[in-house]
Write a protein that binds this ligand. Structure first.
Ligand code: SAM
Ligand code: SF4
Length: 317
């Protein structure tokens, strides 16, 4: 489905829960966020209906995210049901990795293709501090297990002055021997984290400054927000995702569905279209899906130094 700016909308990101077993400093306030009630959350059956409609108008890729998608009960059965939609070519998941070790084999068996694991520091103490309680070893074991069961793995590392500016080279080195992409992401001001994000922002240019041996390579997927680089002789790649320093809205091919059933045409815009009430009233939601594509803005609001109300964990990064 082509939008009014010529972008082919073929990707839906679905946040299956706002709950999380971590409370990362940049994503959630110290005391957590008030969680949505069970009735407010879309059921997996409702999410399936929405995804099915999107696939019928050309969506080929779905990414499940959260909150932490692996904490929602029934996630395996949901993935299995998605894997039976023939026209859906790619089912991916973004996770903090804490539950990946025990679940990786089942995720693969149920039809998951790819997993992005968020990992911002390789230092155990710092990891626990940043995630407010997480255990680094669980995540590292989860990454190994996911790779060994045949899931394609990418690492997502949010650059953060306070946490990992001294670890950039260590992350880049992982791509030398591991067949995976290490992607650095700029910290975005969202919800209540604005001050923290401004204080700790590091541009992805810092990666190139610290690792000048990285060589630019062609993007495999032109709609990916990442620009790709490689160390000479490395088996993996390094991606830079720069929502602030380098706007990529002109290639944005995605819409987002929040856990409470709102369609978000743009991550950095408070515009939302409610699907939950119409779904529960048995109404046809296709006109609302088409409307969301129609109103998808040309650019996000970060360019105008504006931010949005929802927390990242309530949208799905
Ligand atoms: N809990 C899962 C995880 O951490 O991977 C999935 C949800 S999390 C919101 C998705 C991604 O968003 C993570 O990679 C996280 O680091 C990133 N993220 C959260 N807040 C962010 C922010 N303010 N700026 C940039 N990335 C952010
Ligand atoms: Fe949870 Fe992911 Fe947010 Fe961390 S980034 S608090 S793991 S949702």
């Amino acid at each position: 489905m082509i939008d009014r700016f010529g972008r082919d909308i073929n990707y839906l990101r679905v946040s299956v829960t706002d709950r999380c077993n971590f409370r990362c400093q940049y994503c959630m306030p110290h005391d957590g966020v008030k969680t949505m009630s069970h009735e407010d959350l879309l059921s997996f059956e409702e999410m399936f209906l929405v995804i099915h409609q999107f696939v019928s108008i050309g969506v080929k890729k779905v990414r499940l995210t959260g909150g932490e998608p692996l904490v929602r009960k029934g996630i395996l059965g949901f993935i299995q049901s998605l894997s039976r939609i023939n026209a859906l070519e790619d089912i991916a998941l973004t996770t903090n990795g804490a539950l990946l070790k025990p679940m990786a084999a089942d995720l693969k068996r149920c039809g998951l293709h790819r997993v992005n694991v968020s990992l911002d520091t390789l230092k155990p103490d710092r990891f626990t501090l940043l995630t407010r309680g997480g255990n680094l070893q669980d995540v590292l074991d989860g990454i190994s297990e996911a790779r060994s069961v045949g899931l394609k793995v990418k690492l997502n590392c949010v650059l953060n002055k306070d946490i990992n500016i001294g670890e950039i080279a260590d992350f880049v080195k992982l791509s030398r021997y591991w067949m995976l992409d290490v992607r650095f992401i700029e910290l975005m001001p969202i919800g209540e984290n604005v001050e923290y994000a401004i204080k700790n922002f590091v541009s992805t240019q810092e990666v190139l400054r610290q690792c000048p041996e990285l060589v630019s390579i062609d993007a495999i997927d032109p709609s990916s927000p990442a620009r790709y680089y490689q160390l000479p002789g490395a088996v993996g790649k390094v991606g830079l995702i720069s929502p602030l320093s380098c706007n990529f809205c002109s290639d944005c091919n995605r819409l987002r569905l929040t856990p409470d059933g709102k369609l978000k045409p743009c991550l950095h815009n408070d515009m939302e279209i409610d699907l939950r009430s119409p779904l529960r009233n048995g109404e046809n939601i296709m006109p609302l899906i088409l409307e969301a594509i129609e109103v998808k803005p040309e650019k996000h609001l970060l360019d105008q130094h504006k931010t949005i109300v929802r927390q990242m964990s309530q949208i799905g990064g």
